[in-house]
Design a protein around this ligand. Structure first.
Ligand code: SAM
Length: 236
């Protein structure tokens, strides 16, 4: 696949001027020259193959050749609410959830959360989503939602939504969930785990608890295992 560049603008066939960090990346990092083919995307679900016509230091001229709409999204809406892990593991989590096709990510604050995601970090999270989308070929960006407290998030009234909460327990091991035909939300607790009161509140609000096996997984591992379990049998 030709190298992909993100543009936060509407795109149509014809000439287009690429500016800012993406132009710098194309010219100085990837060292792409006039004549090469690249792909632009803006998160509208489509992809725009383009020919590079001129490369300058701060801007790159391209000719958008056509519009394509490859099917790369999941066949159902998937929301993941997770307590943020620390440091680089947060970036790893956002990158991998983007690659796996998650629709929406909700930074969750629970009683035992020790990382409190500030709203100012949203831009950083969105940048990680874009970088992962460039790499994996996704043309719809994973949406980053506002930070939510478990106490209020747990009881949001969402008709027709399946809701699964990961919690280490002996019963209800995640199995093959089969074909998923309605929106699904998954919740993963903080490093210290959900409190028993938080789990009870989830159950009382209609969440199903599942175990991911006998070992305790870190937040990002648990999120990826759960997402992979529900997506692997729902993609061709
Ligand atoms: N001591 C904590 C506990 O017992 O809940 C461990 C928390 S774990 C590091 C972080 C989160 O990952 C948990 O709140 C849960 O959502 C998920 N998790 C980790 N291992 C799990 C497992 N084996 N089964 C289900 N969920 C798991």
């Amino acid at each position: 696949m030709s190298e992909r560049f993100y543009v936060n603008l509407p795109l149509v066939p014809g000439p287009f001027l690429l500016e800012g960090p993406e132009a710098h990346h194309l010219a100085a990092v990837s060292r792409i020259r006039a004549g090469a083919e690249v792909r632009l995307f803006n998160g509208d679900g489509r992809e725009y193959p383009a020919r590079v016509t001129h490369v300058a230091k701060r801007e790159v001229s391209v000719e958008i050749l056509r519009v394509e709409a490859p099917a790369r999204e999941l066949p159902f809406t998937l929301e993941v609410a997770a307590s943020m892990p620390k440091g680089d593991r947060a970036q790893f989590l956002i990158e991998k959830l983007t690659e796996l096709g998650v629709t929406t990510f909700v930074p969750l604050v629970c009683h035992r959360s020790n990382v409190h995601p500030r709203e100012s970090k949203r831009e950083k999270l969105e940048r990680w989503v874009i970088e992962a989308s460039k790499q994996c070929g996704r043309n719809v960006l994973m949406r980053i939602e506002d930070v939510a407290e478990w106490q209020s998030y747990v009881s949001r009234l969402e008709v027709d939504k399946m809701r699964i909460l990961a919690h280490p327990c002996k019963e209800k091991k995640i199995g093959n969930p089969g074909a998923i035909s309605r929106p699904l939300t998954l919740a993963i607790g903080p490093e210290g785990g959900f409190t028993e009161d938080e789990v009870a509140l989830g159950v009382a609000s209609g969440w199903e608890t599942v175990s991911l096996g006998p070992r305790i997984l870190r937040v990002e591992t648990a999120a990826l295992v759960l997402v992979a379990a529900v997506t692997s049998c729902n993609e061709s």
